[in-house]
Design a protein around this ligand. Structure first.
Ligand code: S3P
Length: 452
């Protein structure tokens, strides 16, 4: 039976439908889950290190837990404890002993980062691996992973003429390559670097457009011989195991964005976001929101294990439409669904181009964002590589669907906060993929302002 809590109806945890209504105010301070991209890398790289490591504020979503399960199946000892919002991992890196062959198929679930990063690593390990995922992941492109790994000498195959998972990998000693990334993908870049750690000879990667650089930062910190010069990265194979790194993972800017957008589009809001990662390869959304007129302040900038973080305060703002294209796209690719919600509320037209990658995410995010925001009364048109949003029209509550995409469900919840009437979201449980406490945090912001 659904429970009514101010603007939100809270169904039992297993229920898949959420109902959202506009609320009078949105205010408070939030603590974010740890960054998903950094968490994947922290547990994978520390699993290869020569000693014990501790990772605090490890991302609690299902994607990162899939990586932990796969690494355990590969023989890494990982203890996990903590609260629903934040986990601590204590792990003993495999070091000189190396990883072990898993006795069963590895399951990356919904997580392309798990599949692609582990795909690169396992191609260079001396045993057989089979890795699969859920229906969405089994439909996402894996040729882009298989091709560069084969150039390194890998024996790796996929379903559909080497296009899709499951992947079968007969690991062996690879050779370094000099490779230009055809798409600006941090997952493929990281997969090649992981393979290159155990290869004969140097690996050099050229990026036409830079993508998130968490792997490079962490590898350098852990003693790998890696240099970034302009748009190229050069890595020497490991001569001894990586040095473990203890860290407290900065808050996830992709998760923060739901509240940045909620804060700017809600007419009566003030939200304080603590300890948010602000790595410049991830902050495209902040640049775009500021260009649209967002009242957003960044303070207390600092570093944690070579990753920058800060506190952010966001308040109700008057937004104007904008154009988003070019090199900024990889810096905000995961934030485009919720940016589209901001664009619906902004005055004037917003155009997103050069974001064809959205079509191969957890859902075809051009098609699903357009279809679901249209149901809420938005005027939004798809482009082959983006979308056009005509802002300033009121959104109207309706029944919408997450398409089993975590980023879409949270974007629709933000839209529901400003849509007239009730918005009902089907398959809302998928927020757990990256942000298991999303609904509680939203409830807290509605509640604390309501109480004030
Ligand atoms: C990620 C890279 C991006 C991003 C994904 C996480 C990562 O994907 O969309 O959510 O952690 O490396 P691509 O590498 O496919 O661009």
């Amino acid at each position: 039976m659904a429970e009514q809590f101010l603007g939100l109806k809270l169904p039992s945890p297993r229920a898949e439908i959420r109902t959202i209504k506009p609320c009078p105010t949105l205010q408070g301070e939030i603590i974010l889950p740890g960054d998903k991209s950094i968490s994947h890398r922290a547990v994978i790289l520390n699993s290869l290190a020569r000693d014990r490591a501790r990772i605090d504020n490890f991302a609690p979503g299902k994607d990162c837990l899939a990586t932990v399960r796969c690494l355990r199946a590969l023989g890494v000892k990982i203890d996990r404890k903590g609260s629903p919002n934040s986990h601590t991992l204590l792990l003993s890196g495999a070091g000189e002993d190396g990883l072990e062959e898993a006795s069963n198929v590895l399951d990356a679930q919904n997580s392309a980062t798990t599949m692609r990063l582990l795909g690169g690593l396992l191609a260079s390990q001396p045993f057989l691996s089979v890795i699969t995922g859920d229906a969405s992941l089994r439909n996402r492109p894996m040729g882009r992973l298989i091709e560069p790994l084969r150039l390194m000498g890998a024996e790796i195959w996929g379903r559909g003429k080497d296009s899709f998972a499951p992947l079968v990998i007969k690991g062996k000693r690879l050779c370094g390559i000099d490779f230009t990334l055809p798409v600006p993908s941090a997952q493929i870049k990281s997969a090649i670097l992981l393979a290159g750690l155990f290869a004969h000879g140097n690996t050099v990667i050229h990026q036409r457009v830079p993508s998130r650089d968490h792997t490079e930062r962490m590898l350098r910190r852990m003693g790998a011989s890696l240099e970034s010069q302009g748009s190229s990265i050069s890595l020497l194979p490991l001569s001894s195991p990586l040095i473990p790194v203890n860290l407290c993972v900065p808050g996830d800017i992709s998760s923060a964005t739901y509240f940045l957008v909620a804060g700017v589009i809600h007419p009566n809001s003030r939200i304080v976001i603590r300890d948010c990662g602000i790595n410049p390869t991830r902050t495209g959304i902040i640049d775009v929101l500021l260009a649209m007129g967002a009242r957003l302040k960044i303070s207390n900038e600092r570093l944690e294990a070579d990753e920058p973080l800060a506190d952010i305060v966001v308040e109700s703002s008057e937004l104007t439409g904008t154009e988003v294209s070019g090199n900024i796209i990889p810096r905000l690719i995961d934030e485009i669904p919720v940016l589209a919600v901001a664009a619906c509320v902004a005055k004037g037209k917003t155009v997103v181009r050069g974001a064809g990658e959205l079509r191969v995410k957890e859902s075809d995010r051009i098609a699903t964002v357009v279809s679901e925001l249209s149901r809420l009364g938005a005027k939004i048109e798809p482009l082959p590589d983006g979308m056009v949003i005509y802002g300033g029209r009121p959104l109207l509550g309706a029944e919408v669907d997450s398409h089993f995409d975590h980023r879409l469900v949270m974007s629709l919840a933000v839209a529901g906060l400003v849509a007239k009437g009730e918005t009902t979201i089907k398959h809302a449980h998928v927020a757990q993929v990256s942000y298991p406490t999303f609904w509680q945090t939203l409830e807290q912001l509605i509640g604390s302002l309501g109480a004030g």
